[in-house]
Design a protein around this ligand. Structure first.
Ligand code: IPD
Ligand code: CA
Ligand code: CA
Ligand code: CA
Length: 271
């Protein structure tokens, strides 16, 4: 692209915007959180903070990068008719909304920058603890100044595997059946409640691997880059790229056994 800035420059912007967004979400949480509306199903909730934070992110990006496109969970592609720069920002204003609603300290702002369709910079900031994970394409994955490497576990039977569930009841039933069959073959399962953070935990070996069906671009973009830059293989089933059908993030030695087990269990199938 003609004049797309370097990944490091996009990351600097992303970090600045994500910190302001996280501060707003933190403040609104202290003021009290309630459900503003439900979306795809009754369990798929949105709070005033999800919307206010995304609005703030869109406004802040527009001020510094008026010609970029955006994609956000709450406002979609918004009014971004820009898209002339080749840069697109992908924002999950609050990943882990249900945790946010219940005051559980596992929710984050996720912001990524794509250049010509490829994620090149990303930041995930836990809005309660202030932990912040960043990555640029080819520049490694970092948390609070420390370079991250994924787990060196080689035995799926000893692996702590994180996953998550969608909001559709039929999909959740299928996901539960997959877990029922997977759990005897792994150390244990974690369902922590924020996909972007799950990917970041995998990036530093605080879980060994992660998989989930049904992720949207805003769940996956920043955390997926952090995981990949920490050495995890991030992909879908059968050589497909990671996407809505399935995201698997696993250290090289665990990828094939986890992938094959998930393929056997039809983890990308069902509703
Ligand atoms: C959800 C969380 C959850 C995951 C869901 C996501 P939201 O995002 O990341 O952990 O299991 O698939 O939709 O709605 O809290 O931003
Ligand atoms: Ca999300
Ligand atoms: Ca969200
Ligand atoms: Ca949501």
């Amino acid at each position: 692209t003609r004049s797309a800035p370097a990944p490091a420059e996009l990351l600097t912007i992303a970090i600045d915007v994500a910190r302001q967004a996280a501060a707003t979400a933190y403040r609104m949480r202290a003021e009290g959180v309630s459900v503003a509306a439900t979306k795809s199903t009754v369990t798929d909730v949105v709070t005033a903070a999800d919307r206010a934070v995304e609005r703030q992110v869109l406004d802040a990006l527009h001020r510094v990068r008026p010609d970029d496109a955006v994609l956000g969970e709450e406002y979609g592609a918004g009014a971004a008719d820009g898209a002339v720069s080749g840069v697109r920002w992908i924002v999950d204003p609050i990943d882990g909304t249900v945790n946010y609603l219940y005051g559980l300290p596992y929710c984050a702002v996720s912001l990524a920058a794509e250049v010509d369709g490829e994620v090149v910079a990303g930041v995930v900031r836990n809005l309660v603890t202030g932990e912040e994970w960043t990555a640029t394409a080819g520049g490694g994955a970092w948390r609070d100044g420390q370079r991250l490497r994924c787990s060196t576990e080689v035995d799926l039977g000893q692996a702590l595997v994180a996953t998550g569930f969608g909001y559709d009841p039929a999909r959740r039933s299928h996901q539960a059946r997959v877990i029922a069959e997977l759990i005897p073959h792994v150390r244990d399962i974690r369902r922590l409640g924020a996909a972007a953070l799950d990917l970041c935990l995998a990036a530093e070996g605080r879980v060994d691997a992660y998989y989930e069906k049904g992720l949207a671009a805003w769940d996956q973009a920043a955390g997926g880059l952090v995981a990949a830059e920490a050495g995890l293989r991030v992909a879908g089933l059968g050589g497909l790229p990671a996407g809505p059908d399935l995201v698997i993030a696993a250290p090289p030695a665990l990828f094939a056994p986890l992938h094959d087990r998930l393929a056997d269990l039809d983890a990308s199938g069902g509703p």
